[in-house]
Write a protein that binds this ligand. Structure first.
Ligand SMILES: N[C@@H](CCC(=O)N[C@@H](CS)C(=O)NCC(=O)O)C(=O)O
Length: 90
């Protein structure tokens, strides 16, 4: 497992997954990340009001999962998984 991420060009990537535990789409992303050997830093929007506020402020929606990539939001579990599979190197 690793928490250091790089893109395919070798540049460091900051990744943070906004999620909550009982969300099946979030679990799908976490499962895919685990298969890739990535342990994504997480912020739980149900347990942490500041995380929810940050998600809505930056992303414009409280929908989870949302992956912050260098601070930019990517919504939709399928798009997040595709991004992890194709753009991220452990
Ligand atoms: N199509 C989305 C569905 C995500 C979704 O429905 N998430 C729910 C939680 S399981 C949610 O955030 N609902 C609150 C909202 O949409 O504001 C995906 O695949 O990521």
């Amino acid at each position: 497992m690793t928490t250091t991420f790089r893109n395919r060009q070798g540049q460091p990537l900051s990744l943070v997954l906004y999620m909550f535990e009982s969300c099946p789409y979030c679990q799908r992303v976490l499962h895919a990340a685990k298969k890739l050997g990535f342990e994504l830093p997480r912020r739980d929007t149900r347990r942490d009001p500041a995380a929810l506020a940050e998600l809505v402020k930056v992303g414009g929606s409280k929908q989870v999962p949302c992956l912050f990539i260098d601070g930019k939001p990517l919504y939709e579990s399928a798009d997040i998984i595709r991004f992890l599979q194709t753009e991220v190197v452990a």
